[in-house]
Design a protein. Structure first.
Length: 439
């Protein structure tokens, strides 16, 4: 009877290992994988982006469910980012406060809607795994934003269909502050595509975006959007590898945008000088004075509910009750919003909820910053491109955090989807990235 390899001892086992065929790097296979962006997850994300930009079809939930099924079945390993852990913590804390809410039913509905945002982040992080998939989703997002809110806003501007010289589009993009804030995301993506090694037509479209999108922010006349844009550009200029070139480009783009800006834009910018004092708020415009009164009501609600808040999704109802407490708050009567993400989260979930919410953005920014520092030391073109992408996303997050002071964005999916795409960028398989660049 012939002895087995195990019975013949370690020498025989080592001989078998030496004689076994060695695995070789299949460059053709890696290039094929790197060049194939289509999957159940990416297609579902594209459908969802179409739904939330166009509002043409009611398939958003269906697309997300199919996408989640696709990534859970086909993608390995399953990935979760630090920002998603903090988001889960925020949701857990908010759920604890639902039974004590003034309207538990509405609070639970709001909680489930917020949970959907976390699931969309999970889908994006696990569906976007290769450079080709990241490029596909980026171009899809840019295309949807250009074809719907940008096209609609420009049409309204050219036809004069605005409100006191301010222009937006429909649905969530009809709010001027929200429209300006959400424009910062495709602006960052356009800059990232222009810096990439993409095709000429993609770079030409990205350049057009860098010219048109700042103009869109201007004609919304959103002071928060303009401040967010300024800080976003300042961050990019400070951290860019091409400071002089970027500075000249920024001046040229600003010149073009300002040249076509209507007179009402300049009047609103001059009116910002009245915002430095409470006594002169009314001289600026009614929206600034009204926001100040709304914030006073919010401060009173927060003072009365500092730890647990009034319950997620319950702020408007509580505000309506509090606005009757003082006659000087008459301008803020009704089921109002806080017009501030931070005040809204603080009023609904308390200081613990706000801390958890802020950590979502801080952890996302820190993860991008850590990767960008590591990539800075690399001489590979792929790492430089990933670093540019991370810095563009960081700049967008900085701009959004400023806009969040003057707008309620805690229920908008777009900033959180950007965070998920940033997390996907830092987890890109470098072998596939190099293969894609070589192919």
């Amino acid at each position: 009877m012939t002895p087995t390899v195990a019975e013949r001892g370690p020498v025989a086992r080592n001989q078998v290992r030496r004689e076994a065929p060695r695995r070789t790097f299949d460059r053709a296979r890696f290039r094929k994988v790197a060049a194939s962006p289509w999957s159940v997850g990416t297609v579902s994300l594209i459908v969802y982006l179409f739904v939330v930009h166009s509002y043409k079809i009611n398939l958003g939930t269906t697309a997300i469910v199919l996408g989640l099924f696709g990534v859970l079945v086909h993608e390995r390993p399953i990935r979760v980012s630090p920002a998603m852990y903090w988001f889960a913590g925020y949701l857990a804390w908010a759920l604890i406060g639902v039974p004590g809410s003034v309207d538990a039913s509405s609070s639970f509905t709001a909680w489930t809607d917020t949970l959907k945002i976390l699931l969309i982040m999970f889908l994006a992080l696990n569906a976007i795994r290769t450079p080709a998939q990241h490029r596909l989703i980026t171009l899809a997002w840019l295309g949807m934003f250009a074809f719907y809110p940008v096209r609609g806003t420009l049409f309204n501007f050219l036809s004069g269909a605005g409100s006191f010289g301010r222009y937006g589009w429909n649905f969530v993009f009809s709010n001027f502050n929200d429209m300006a804030a959400l424009t910062l995301i495709p602006l960052a993506m356009s800059l990232e595509r222009l810096r990439s090694t993409d095709k000429k037509w993609v770079k030409a479209c990205a350049l057009a975006g860098l010219i048109v999108l700042p103009f869109i922010i201007l004609i919304t006349q959103s002071r928060a959007g303009e401040m967010g844009l300024a800080l976003m550009m300042l961050y990019l200029l400070t951290n860019s590898r091409y400071k002089a070139r970027l500075f000249v480009a920024m001046l040229a783009i600003a010149g073009v945008a300002l040249a076509f800006a209507p007179k009402s834009v300049w009047d609103r910018i001059r009116g910002m000088s009245y915002l430095t004092s409470v006594e002169t708020l009314g001289l600026s415009d009614s929206s600034a004075e009204q926001r100040y009164v709304i914030w006073q009501v919010a401060e009173k609600i927060i003072a009365d509910n500092p730890v647990s808040g009034v319950g997620i999704g319950a702020y408007s109802r509580v505000h309506e009750q509090y606005a009757f407490l003082k006659p000087e708050w008459d301008i803020a009567k009704g089921p109002r919003d806080t017009h501030s993400t931070y005040l809204h989260v603080l009023a609904e979930t308390g200081v613990i909820g706000l801390a958890l919410f802020l950590m979502i953005f801080f952890s996302a920014f820190y993860e991008l910053q850590t990767f960008a520092k590591k990539a800075k030391k690399s001489t590979l073109a792929v790492d430089r491109q990933l670093r540019d992408r991370c810095q563009a996303y960081q700049a967008a997050l900085i701009g959004l955090t400023i806009c969040a002071v003057f707008g309620s964005m805690q229920t908008m999916v777009f900033p959180f989807l950007l965070i998920a795409m940033g997390a996907a960028a830092v987890r890109t398989d470098r072998t596939l990235a190099i293969a894609a660049a070589a192919g």
